[in-house]
Design a protein around this ligand. Structure first.
Ligand code: SF4
Ligand code: MG
Length: 315
């Protein structure tokens, strides 16, 4: 609810505070149990920062995070630890997130040990089981991460995330570093695991074609704010926000007869240290009106279950 993360900028040479980067600037959304919410936007739009706040890896500047009726954003650090079991993260670069000096079995077992499992036999069995669950062989757990391919390393990252039977997995660009042919294997694995285990996903990506495959609903972020949230189908069939329309126009369509006209946005994304007044998208929006320069549009339900923050839909 109204999540914000403002990072103070370095103080200048004369010790003056020079402002802050508004990485996330008032974001509200719900993730329903068992669904996948895709979170999309260009790099720097605040989607990873949002994920890290939900994971309690970053403290929000403002706003609240609720989980099963409990406000977790006001818990103390030791109270958060118990909750950590329910929340796990899968990262973009499986190589960077796996300790190269540890054997895979120790990497996968680590969350179990952190959460108090001491019985070596139990740990061994669980690691074997997890390796098979993600499509690897149990004997491969004796190897080191560098002995695996990128796709296999992401499978190891997923096995580790599953070790403590989480409820919510925040996957931050989990396939962006992988070859296209491997991407769909990992996406299929994530979908199978979701079905088997009733997992809930927040799936972060900069690429709309990746989230289309896996999401039930999609949220689009721009410059630290959510600009549109809708069911996948209504978002693709009838994108309302001009930014979403531009993103979707850039997704390749398999049938060339359905080809949409590509909307090219002018200019670059403004700096989150100095965001535009009014609608943060007005400097690049092909449909900008006078009001957009001064008044911030609020998120509202423009169609049933389809929310957007844009003055075009306010009357
Ligand atoms: Fe464009 Fe105005 Fe809508 Fe912002 S509020 S997206 S500038 S039309
Ligand atoms: Mg990111």
């Amino acid at each position: 609810k109204e999540l914000k993360k403002h990072f103070p900028l370095n103080k200048g040479w004369f010790g003056r505070q020079t402002g802050s980067v508004k990485a996330v600037d008032g974001v509200s959304f719900v993730i329903n149990e068992g669904e996948t919410l895709g979170l999309v936007g260009e790099s720097g739009c605040g989607k990873s920062t949002t994920g890290r706040m939900i994971m309690s890896l970053l403290k929000p500047t403002d706003g609240q995070i609720w989980f099963k009726g409990q406000e977790i954003s006001k818990l103390k650090d030791d109270e958060v630890r118990d909750l950590r079991k329910d929340f796990q993260m899968v990262f973009q670069d499986p190589y960077a997130s796996l300790n190269p000096r540890m054997k895979v079995k120790d990497i996968v077992a680590e969350p179990l040990i952190i959460h108090g499992e001491k019985d070596k036999g139990v740990i061994q069995n669980r690691v074997d089981e997890l390796m098979k669950t993600v499509g690897l062989n149990a004997f491969q757990a004796d190897r080191y991460p560098h002995e695996f391919s990128g796709g296999q390393r992401q499978r190891i990252g997923i096995a580790r995330a599953l070790a403590v039977k989480p409820k919510l997995i925040i996957a931050d660009e989990p396939v962006s570093a992988l070859d296209v042919s491997i991407q769909s294997q990992i996406l299929n694995l994530l979908q199978d695991l979701q079905e088997e285990m009733g997992l809930t996903y927040l799936f972060i990506a900069h690429d709309l074609s990746v989230v289309e495959h896996i999401s039930d609903r999609i949220g689009v972020m721009y410059l630290g704010r959510l600009v549109e949230v809708a069911d996948k189908d209504s978002l693709y069939d009838e994108p309302l926000h001009p930014y979403t329309q531009a993103l979707i126009s850039a997704v390749p369509v398999p049938n060339p007869r359905l080809k949409r006209e590509r909307i090219i946005l002018k200019g670059d994304i403004p700096s989150p240290a100095n965001p535009p007044t009014g609608c943060p998208f007005h400097t690049r929006c092909p449909k900008a009106m006078d009001i957009c320069k001064t008044k911030v549009p609020v998120m509202r339900e423009a169609r049933e279950g389809h929310y957007t923050a844009c003055h075009l839909y306010e009357s």
